[in-house]
Every structure is written in C-alpha cells, then in structure tokens.
Design a binder for this molecule. Structure first.
Ligand code: ATP
Length: 391
C-alpha cells in the first residue's frame, strides 16, 4: 500500500471515535437544524403577518370587525378626521334624525356620515336595527351602509357617498328640473322601483322602507337612483303583511292612509309613497304644494276628467303623451285607497317594461273620495272634497 492510499484508507475507515461524531452530526442534521429553521420561519412569518395586520389596520383607518356582527365599527377619531370635525363646509343636508356630512377616509374613500342627534327618537335598538339591516343589503339601487360609530354619546352611520345629492334637489328646482328629460325620469323611476322590489322581495330580509320620498332617493354620478335612509325600516315576517306598528314614522303626504290612521304597515304602504313620488316626477311639483288636497287627489280628478295633460310638467309636454299617461295610470294605481288594490312593486316593473300588457284602471286614491262617491270615480267632480287638508 502506498503512502497516499494508506492515508485515504485511514480517512474512509471509521474509527469508533469517528462513528460517535457522525451519529452526533446526524442527530444535529435530522433534529436540530429543521427545528431551528422552523423556528426562524415561524418568527419570520409572525413578524410578517403582524406587520400586514398593522398596515391593514392603517389602511382601514382602524376599523375593526365587531365580535357580534360582521360590520365595521369606525372610531370617532377617524370620523372627526374624515369630516374635518364635522365642519359646516362638509354638511350635505339635515334630516329629521340629524345632519349628514361628507367625509374622506385616509385611504381616499368618500363617505357620507349621518350624525344622529340625541333625542331623535332613534334609540339604541333602532340604531342597531338600522345598521344590522343595511349592512346586509347589496343592490345597485340601494345605498350601501359601510359601518357605524357609537363611541361616547355619538350615534353615527357611515354610508357610501352618493355624489349627486337627492332627487328633490332636482325635481323641485325650476332650473335643474329642465335637465331631467323624460328618458332620465323613466330610468330614475324604474331604478327606484327595482330597489324597492329588492327590499320587499329579493333581499334575505324583507324590508319596508316606511319613509319613501324624493329626498330619500339619492343620485350617483351617472344619475342612477339609490334608495336611502332606512332609519325607519323594520323587519317583517312573511305572513305579517299588515303588522300593527307601535310608532308612526314617515312623512306626511307620502304616508298611506291605513298607516297614517291605524298604524298599519305593509309593503303596500311603500307602494303608496312610491306612487306619490312618481306623480311628483311627472308633475314636477311637491305633493304638499297642492293646497288642501294633495297631488294624488288632484291627479285623480284630472284623470277622471280625461285631462291628464294638466298634471304634466311643462318640460315634459313635448314627449309622447301615451307614455306619460301610462305612468300617471301606474302612479294612480299605487295611491289607491285600498292597499289590496295597489300593485306590488314587481307588478309595477312589469307594467313599466311591457308595451303590450293591459294595465288595470285605477280606483279612487285615498283622501279624494267622499262617502257618496263610488270608488271608480264615476260621479260628478263637483262632489269631490278633501278629507285631509294638512298635506
Ligand atoms: N349617502 C349619501 N350620500 C350623499 N348625500 C347624502 C347621503 N345621505 C344623505 N345625503 C344628503 O343629506 C340629506 C339629508 O339626508 P337625511 O336622510 O338625513 O334626511 P332627509 O331624507 O332629507 O329627511 P328625513 O330625515 O326627514 O327623512 C339628503 O337630502 C341628501 O342630500
């Protein structure tokens, strides 16, 4: 054996000492190294996710998901910073339950913040009711609720910002109304109807709005309507179509007679409010500008006299009269006195969209008929009187 081969042999031949070292190094390789690597990976991932969570919180401006419900709770600090401390310049409007402010979150998202006044009558339960209802709703014609804040004495609802304000700012404004061409008015009316079909029939919850009116219809950048303000919305069971309510909430003039007089609420009371709004869209006039009788009664009289053109807004007169008359007819069907005679909102959509379907003739609306009159309005117009004069 050469010297070289002897050395190499000595290197390859395991001695007892070498054997022990190899077992140890094997153990280190098999057990310790992976454990250390796992530890490093674990610590690395923990740091990574902790950082991600922190930056997520920063992005969402410290919004946190409530334990009870899947909704976002906004801190008062971020509401103040979004609205520049509820600065008057950011005020969008004032409703019965409080002022609404425009705001911008740190991530650039525009919001509308409804700051509820204490003593508005909207207690804790109602507040949570509105929030929990709305956060579940998702429809292009329904305003999206993003979250809420109930820190300290504050009760705040945070909505998506709908940039073109509400329908009343257009339809009751002499100049802006001229911008609402016939096609656009039809699109708005149809969108509102679709939003209501969703609320009444298609959402997981069945919701009656209870305060439908032009100021509760918001318009987005493309003038698509979104039904807003569910402060008075309540859940109702499928078989509870005529639930008695403990508290009347709504706006006089848009409230169905059975709701106003007996507190009876149903989807048909929203249909009534929709009918009033539809007639306002055609006449360009507020319901309460018809002294003593209200728009439904006024429109009904003109309908029975076969002079529907008197109802029509001057800016619409160049449009096909049969199309406008059809919508007046639908409006009058919606404001009929007997809720059972009023259509559902899905029937309204069918009538809107069909050119051939035969639409029934309306019967007298609420507040337009004296006892001596027949429901179908066949008697002399001179007998019309007003039962509700304060609208
Ligand atoms: N999400 C929103 N985006 C943009 N503007 C809004 C939004 N919500 C409300 N507004 C504006 O704030 C105004 C006040 O709204 P609010 O719903 O509080 O009251 P209202 O409907 O006018 O009256 P009421 O409380 O009697 O129903 C609206 O007319 C509208 O112009």
């Amino acid at each position: 054996m050469t010297k070289v081969s002897m050395i190499s042999h000595a290197l390859t031949l395991p001695t007892n000492k070498n054997k022990g070292r190899r077992i140890w190094s094997g153990t280190i390789v098999i057990i310790v190294v992976p454990t250390v690597i796992n530890l490093i990976v674990f610590v690395g991932l923990t740091i990574f996710f902790a950082r991600r969570m922190k930056s997520y919180k920063e992005i969402t401006n410290e919004c946190s998901v409530s334990d009870e419900q899947p909704m976002l709770r906004f801190s008062l600090g971020m509401i103040l910073s979004a609205t520049s401390d509820f600065s008057p310049e950011n005020k969008l409007g004032q409703g019965g339950f409080g002022a609404v402010y425009k705001g911008i979150l740190a991530n650039g998202q525009e919001i509308a913040v409804k700051r509820l006044v204490s003593g508005s009558g909207q207690g804790d339960t109602e507040f949570r009711n509105e929030v929990s209802l709305l956060t579940r709703l998702q429809h292009k014609n329904v305003v999206k609720l993003l979250g809420f804040c109930n820190e300290g004495d504050e009760g705040i609802l945070v909505y998506e910002l709908v940039p073109n304000s509400s329908l009343d700012h257009f339809i009751f404004d002499e100049e802006k109304r001229s911008l609402l061409k016939w096609d656009l008015r039809c699109r708005i009316i149809e969108g509102v109807a679709r939003g209501l079909v969703y609320l009444h029939e298609d959402s997981q919850l069945k919701i009656i709005h209870r305060d439908l009116k032009a100021s509760n219809i918001l318009l987005d950048a493309e003038m698509n309507p979104k039904v807003a303000d569910f402060g008075t919305a309540r859940l109702f069971d499928t078989d509870e179509s005529r639930a008695e309510t403990k508290r009347i909430a709504g706006t006089r003039g848009y409230m169905a007679p059975e709701y106003l007089n007996y507190g009876q609420i149903s989807a048909k009371s929203d249909v009534y409010g929709f009918g009033v709004m539809l007639l306002e869209m055609i006449s360009g006039k507020r319901n309460n500008s018809f002294e003593g009788e209200g728009l439904p009664a006024f429109a009904w009289k003109r309908w029975v006299e076969r002079k529907p053109e008197i109802i029509i807004d001057q800016y619409l007169r160049a449009n096909p009269i049969h199309e406008i008359t059809k919508l007046i007819q639908i409006g009058l069907l919606c404001v009929q006195e007997n809720p059972a005679n009023r259509p559902t909102m899905s029937a309204v959509i069918v009538w809107f969209c069909s050119e051939t379907i035969i639409i029934p003739l309306p019967k007298a609306p609420a507040f337009a008929r004296t006892q001596s009159q027949s429901e179908n309005g066949t008697m002399s117009m001179s007998n019309f009187s007003t039962e509700l004069s304060s609208r």
